[in-house]
Design a protein around this ligand. Structure first.
Ligand SMILES: *Cc1c(COP(=O)(O)O)cnc(C)c1O
Length: 402
C-alpha cells in the first residue's frame, strides 16, 4: 500500500512550462494558473480500490494524489464523505444531489482551502489573504486558524451576513469592500508586498484546485469507480469543475476508472453569466460581465482567471453552459425543500433549476444519470418567513389549521 504524496512538479496551464513544486508559487511565469503533476505511472496498478479500505473518510484519504508531503502539516477540521442524496420527484430516479454542505464551514470551499492552507503551512507561510463572496473567506479563516496562520479576507459589501460573521469569529480579519470579488482580488494583489501575505485567490495558487478535485475522486469512489453521465455544477471561478475534470484524467491514468467521462455542465445565474455567453459564442476566453447581479453570491463572479479551462472542459466533455433566472433558482430551492426535505443553498438550487430547464429543452435525457452539486449548507442563507402567530390565551380555532 502506498500512502505518500506522488507530486513531482507544477506545470503552466498555457505553456506547459515546468515549475518546481517545493517552493511558493502564485501564477506561472506566463501569468497562467499552475497545475500540480504527479508520478501517475508509479501509482498505476498499485493504487487500487482496495488501497482506500480502512482509511478515514474525507478528502485526505487521497493522499497519493494530493500535494502535502508531510502529514504533520495537514490542517483538519473533521472532513467527511459528503452524501449522495437521490431526488425522487425529478428526472426518473436518475438525479442525485452531492451535498457538500456537510463539510466543515458548511461549503465545498473547505476542500480547496483545507489543501491550500495545509500546503501554505508546509511551505512556511504565516499570513494569507483572499478575495471572496463569502464561503471561501469562512473556510480560509477556519483552516488558517487551525494551521496557526494569520488570515485577511476581503468581500463585496453585500456578502451574506453569516459568511462575514463566521469568518470573523473563526479568526479571520475581514473587510467589506464596495466592489465585486475581482475588485477585492485587486486589493489582495496590491497588498502582497506591503503586507507580505500569500495570495490564495482562486487558481492564483496551485493547490485549491487540488482540494476541489477531490470531489471527482469521492464521486468516483462512491459510484463504484464508474462516473455518472452528467454533472451540473454551479460555476463561479470554476475551480471545482476544472478540478474534477483533472481528477478524472488522473484516475484513468492510475487505472482506477476507464475512459468514460460525464458531460460537464456549467450553471450560472442570468445576472452573471460570462461563461454561458462565451460558450454560446464559441470563444476560448470569457469577457468580464458588467453589473453582475444575483442573490446566489457564490456564483457572482464577473471574470474567472480559469475561464479557458472551464470552457475547454465543457467542450471536451460534450457538455454545455446554461443560465437560470433568479426566480427559477428560488423556485427550485422551495421545491426541493418542500418536496424532498432537502434544503439547498441558492447556488445549489441553481443547478436544479438548470436541470429542469435542460430537460425541457432536450439538452439532457431523463435517463441520464446526473449529479447535481449542492455546494453549501442552506442554513447559511436568508429564507422567507412563512410562520404564523398563535395567541396562547385565546380559544384555538382548530378548523383554521387545515
Ligand atoms: C465558491 C462557491 C461556488 C463556485 O465554486 P467554483 O468552484 O469556484 O466555481 C458555488 N457555490 C458556493 C456556495 C460557493 O461558495
Amino acid at each position: 500500500m502506498v500512502t505518500a504524496s506522488h507530486i513531482t512538479h507544477l506545470e503552466c496551464t498555457t505553456t506547459g512550462e515546468k515549475v518546481e513544486a517545493g517552493t511558493l508559487h502564485n501564477l506561472s511565469p506566463a501569468g497562467s494558473p499552475l497545475f500540480a503533476r504527479y508520478n501517475l505511472d508509479a501509482l498505476k496498478g498499485r493504487l487500487t480500490p482496495d488501497s482506500f479500505a480502512g482509511r478515514d473518510a474525507g478528502f485526505w484519504r487521497y493522499r497519493e494524489l494530493l500535494p502535502v508531503r508531510d502529514a504533520a502539516n495537514i490542517a483538519s477540521l473533521g472532513e467527511v464523505f459528503t452524501p449522495l442524496v437521490p431526488l425522487r420527484g425529478i428526472g426518473s430516479g436518475t438525479v442525485v444531489v452531492k451535498d457538500e454542505g456537510r463539510l466543515p464551514t458548511g461549503s465545498f470551499k473547505a476542500r480547496g482551502l483545507g489543501v491550500a492552507i495545509s500546503m501554505a503551512k508546509e511551505l512556511g507561510v504565516t499570513r494569507i489573504a483572499i478575495p471572496t463572496n463569502g464561503n471561501a473567506g469562512a473556510a480560509t479563516a477556519a483552516y488558517a486558524t487551525r494551521a496557526g496562520i494569520e488570515s485577511y479576507v476581503f468581500c463585496p459589501d453585500d456578502t451574506p451576513q453569516t459568511n462575514v460573521r463566521e469568518t470573523a469569529l473563526q479568526g479571520g480579519k475581514v473587510w467589506r469592500v464596495n466592489g465585486m470579488i475581482d475588485d477585492c482580488g485587486k486589493i489582495v494583489h496590491q497588498g502582497e508586498e506591503a503586507m507580505g501575505w500569500f495570495n490564495v485567490a482562486t487558481l492564483r495558487e496551485p493547490y485549491r484546485v487540488e482540494g476541489k478535485k477531490t470531489m471527482g475522486f469521492e464521486l468516483a469512489e462512491q459510484l463504484g469507480w464508474e462516473l455518472p453521465d452528467a454533472i451540473f455544477y454551479p460555476t463561479g471561478g470554476g475551480t471545482g469543475l476544472i478540478g474534477m475534470w483533472k481528477a478524472f484524467d488522473e484516475l484513468e491514468a492510475v487505472g482506477l476508472i476507464g475512459p468514460k467521462r460525464p458531460r460537464m455542465i456549467a450553471v450560472q445565474a442570468a445576472g452573471c453569466a460570462p461563461i454561458v455567453r462565451a460558450f454560446a459564442a464559441g470563444e476560448d476566453r470569457a469577457e468580464r460581465w458588467e453589473n453582475a447581479s444575483t442573490a446566489a453570491a457564490g456564483i457572482r463572479v464577473p471574470a474567472a482567471i480559469g475561464d479557458f479551462l472551464i470552457l475547454r472542459a465543457l467542450r471536451e466533455s460534450g457538455g454545455f453552459a446554461i443560465a437560470v433566472e433568479e426566480e427559477e433558482i428560488f423556485d427550485a430551492r422551495a421545491r426541493i425543500a418542500g418536496e424532498e426535505g432537502l434544503l439547498l443553498c441558492p447556488e445549489g438550487a441553481a443547478p436544479v433549476a438548470a436541470y429542469l430547464k435542460a430537460l425541457e429543452n432536450g439538452l439532457i435525457g431523463k435517463d441520464e444519470r446526473t449529479i447535481i452539486f449542492n455546494c453549501g449548507n442552506g442554513l447559511k442563507y436568508p429564507m422567507p418567513d412563512h410562520s404564523r402567530t398563535l395567541d396562547m390565551h385565546a380559544p384555538i380555532d382548530w378548523e383554521s389549521f387545515a
